[in-house]
Every structure is written in C-alpha cells, then in structure tokens.
Design a protein around this ligand. Structure first.
Ligand SMILES: NC(=O)c1ccc[n+]([C@@H]2O[C@H](COP(=O)([O-])OP(=O)(O)OC[C@H]3O[C@@H](n4cnc5c(N)ncnc54)[C@H](OP(=O)(O)O)[C@@H]3O)[C@@H](O)[C@H]2O)c1
Length: 113
C-alpha cells in the first residue's frame, strides 16, 4: 500500500532533468520514472545519453542532446518538450561539472564572506 503510493506520486507529471546521463541526474531520473513521471534527460554526449535512456528503460524516458550553456540547444529542448508533452511540471537544473577541491584550498577566508 505504502509502496503503491510512492510508486505513483509523480504519475502524469512531466519532468526535465538537465545533465541526466550520469550521477545525480541519472539517479533522479530513475527515481522519477519509478514514481510515475515522464522524464526528459539532457546531456552533451550522445552515447552516454542513449545508454542512460536504455538503462532506465520503458516508455517514460526520452533523451534530448544539448549543452545548457547554448541558448539554441535550450530553445530546442523547450520545443521538443512542448511539442511532445505541452508542459513542464518539474525542472531539475542539475547539469554542471565537478570542481576540484584543490582550488578551494587556494582561497582564503575573504572569499567566503
Ligand atoms: N557529486 C557531488 O558531490 C556534488 C556536489 C555539489 C554539487 N554537485 C553538482 O550536482 C550536479 C551533478 O553532479 P554529479 O556528481 O552527478 O556530476 P556528473 O556525474 O559529472 O554528471 C554531470 C551531468 O551533467 C551533464 N553536463 C555537464 N555539463 C553540461 C552542459 N554544459 N550541458 C548539458 N549537460 C551537462 C553531464 O553530461 P555530459 O557530460 O554528457 O554533458 C552529466 O550528465 C552538478 O551540477 C554538480 O556540480 C555535485
């Protein structure tokens, strides 16, 4: 009973997760699909995107290749989602790169004020 509620709490929601082909974005996409959402994931690497879509599986996942720092790619993403689903209920702006902790060590206390 409790798992039924959990598995359907995102039923009919449309989610867009940028940077969904690995790490936190991929794990979130898997979870959202398991909870009933239709999910669009993005990423720059076509191969990784296709693998992620395959890994998640089912009919509630799509990959849209693109770079979030490129306005034309964002417009295309918005167009694809609009055309296929007509709305976005959940937007997870997750795309980004890990930064090395090494550069943090070079910052002093004034940086954090
Ligand atoms: N993991 C941590 O401990 C941690 C801590 C603090 C914050 N974060 C933030 O959480 C987010 C996810 O982290 P993660 O550890 O899951 O990283 P990750 O495994 O490296 O995943 C990053 C995702 O973002 C995509 N991406 C990167 N730049 C992009 C761009 N310009 N346009 C579109 N997609 C892009 C990558 O795919 P492509 O390379 O194919 O584009 C990939 O799918 C990042 O924003 C990161 O800065 C992570």
């Amino acid at each position: 009973m409790e798992s039924d509620i959990l598995n359907s709490r995102l039923k009919d929601k449309v989610a867009v997760i940028t940077g969904g082909n690995s790490g936190i974005g991929l794990a979130t996409a898997q979870r959202f699909v398991a909870e009933g959402a239709y999910v669009f994931i993005t990423g720059r690497r076509r191969g990784e995107l296709d693998s992620a879509v395959k890994q998640i599986g089912g009919n509630n996942i799509s990959g849209v290749q693109g770079d979030v720092s490129n306005m034309a790619d964002l417009d295309r993403l918005y167009g694809v989602v609009g055309e296929q689903k007509g709305r976005i209920d959940i937007l997870f702006a997750n795309a980004g790169v890990k930064s090395s902790a090494a550069h943090l060590e070079r910052k002093n206390e004034y940086y954090y004020r």
